[in-house]
Structure formats: C-alpha cells, structure tokens
Design a protein around this ligand. Structure first.
Ligand code: B1M
Length: 210
C-alpha cells in the first residue's frame, strides 16, 4: 500500500524515495489531503512517539522532517490554488524560542489553499514581531504555533501586546501546536484554538469574512 510506504520511508528518512512515492500517489489519483494525512503525517506521528520514548534522537527526527517537507512541497500546488484574489491577510509564525516549523508550514499551506494572503514570519518570532506585522500589514488574523511547553507563554504575550497597542478588537489571535489546548487558549485570552491545520484554515477564513 503506497500510503504505508510513504509513512515507512519517511520514518527511515529517505527523502528522495518519499518524494518519488508521493509523486506516484499523485499520479495514481489519490487525493492530496489523503496523501498528506495518511502518508506523511502518519509517518511523522510515529517519529514523534519514538522521539518521546527516547528510541530515536534529533538526527533521525531531522532527516524524517526533511523527507516530510520534500513530500509536502509536491502536494502544495495541488492544495493551494494560485492567482485567486486574496480573501484576507493573515500573519503566521512559530513563537520565540521555538524552531519547530513543520506544523506551522502546514497551517500556512492550508491558509493559502483557502485564498488567504499569508505573511510567514518563520520561527523564533517575538510577540513584538507578530503585533508590529499585524499593524503594518493590516492583518485580520495572527496565527501562533508552539511545540514546546516552555514557549507557549509567548502566545499570552502576543495577546497582551495586542491589547497594549490598541489592535485587540481589529485582530483575531489563533493558537495551535501539539501542547496547546482549548483551556490554554481561554486562559491567555486568545480567540481560537484549533487542533489541526485544516480547521485552523477554515476558522481563519471565517474570521476574515466576518
Ligand atoms: Co522537537 N520536540 N525538539 N524537534 N519535536 C517535540 C515537540 C517533543 C514533544 C518531542 C518529545 O516528545 N520529547 C518535545 C517537546 C517537549 C515539551 O515541550 N514538553 C521536543 C523537544 C524537547 C525538542 C528539543 C528541545 C530537543 C533537543 O534539542 N533536546 C529541540 C528544541 C528546539 C527548539 O525549538 N528550540 C527540538 C528539536 C526538534 C528538531 C529540530 C529535531 C525537529 C524540528 C524540525 C522542524 O520543525 N523543522 C523536531 C521535531 C520534528 C519534533 C517532533 C518529533 C515532531 C513535531 C512535528 O513536526 N510534528 C515532536 C514530537 C511530537 O510533536 N509528537 C517534537 C508534525 C507536525 C505536522 O505536527 O507541529 O503538532 P504539529 O502541527 C500540527 C498541529 O499541532 C497543528 O497543525 C499541524 C497538523 O495539522 N498546528 C496548529 C500546529 N501549529 C498550529 C497553529 C494553529 C492551529 C493548528 O493555529 C494558529
């Protein structure tokens, strides 16, 4: 089964092979969302569990992440339609101190697939950078991603700074990433938590259309 092969080769860090398998899955007519969820993300899920258990280490995770990115790059043109008018402007980044960007990149891809214009601030993004960008670019939504429990609090700083700079009513603040929860979102006064990239994009679009 090709999806299982994609997952297994991703876990083995075989980026070139993953790319070939993803291309072959596309050629066979499998839906890009299925290839992403049941192939690439299924493989990253296993990597995450093994990393947590301590049976694999940073180098193995890095090669798997590279394979994930190469596979996702092939799916991007199928998920993101080029040349459609912008449905609204959003900025996105992984918060200060945090270098994980796979999830953030997926959210970005899904936002673009909804026709939203996305300003990607990258990783290690301070509260100041999020808020200043939202002001300068007139963004309707700020999207913050965090993968480390130690960096989640920066999301609270984004909310506080948005209040301090007087833009809190004009901008929605969305949060997500593995350690983030609905409860945490409420606690820091953000507008919305979503568990995955597709629901984040749906919600960001509805915020922009409101
Ligand atoms: Co790191 N890492 N890592 N890591 N890493 C985790 C997060 C960890 C849980 C692993 C573990 O179990 N021990 C753990 C954090 C523990 C904690 O905080 N409690 C951890 C650690 C400890 C570390 C280091 C400290 C390790 C070290 O150096 N000793 C270090 C920190 C570096 C830093 O950031 N300062 C580190 C480094 C790395 C690598 C560089 C090796 C690599 C990152 C490569 C990269 O991103 N370019 C890496 C990876 C890959 C992981 C795991 C294995 C996988 C993360 C991932 O990409 N998942 C991760 C284990 C895990 O999460 N189970 C782990 C796939 C991705 C698609 O999922 O990002 O969750 P995710 O995104 C999802 C949703 O969360 C959601 O959408 C996506 C899919 O639909 N989502 C949003 C994400 N952002 C959203 C925003 C939204 C809405 C939804 O709205 C705005």
């Amino acid at each position: 089964m090709i999806l299982q092969d994609i997952s297994l080769q991703l876990q083995a860090g075989k980026a070139k092979l993953v790319k070939e398998l993803v291309q072959s899955a596309i050629d066979r007519g499998l839906a890009p969302e299925v290839i992403l969820n049941d192939g690439l993300l299924a493989g990253m899920d296993v990597i995450g569990k093994k990393f947590k258990e301590g049976t694999i280490f940073v180098p193995e995770v890095l090669v798997a992440a590279r394979a994930m990115n190469m596979g996702a790059a092939l799916l991007k043109p199928l998920l993101v339609k080029e040349g459609i008018p912008s449905a609204g402007k959003v900025c996105i980044g992984t918060v200060k101190g945090d270098l994980h960007d796979i999830g953030k990149n997926l959210v970005k891809m899904m936002l673009e697939s909804k026709g939203l214009e996305v300003i990607d601030l990258g990783t290690d993004v301070s509260a100041e950078d999020f808020v200043e960008t939202a002001i300068a670019e007139n963004c309707k939504v700020i999207c913050c991603s965090a993968l480390l429990t130690t960096t989640m609090d920066v999301m609270g700083e984004v909310v506080s700074l948005a209040v301090e700079k007087g833009i809190r009513r004009q901008v929605k603040i969305m949060v997500g990433g593995a350690p983030v929860t609905e409860e945490f979102c409420k606690q820091i006064g953000a507008d919305a938590y979503t568990e995955d990239a597709a629901s984040a994009a749906d919600l960001a679009l509805s915020f922009c259309q409101a």
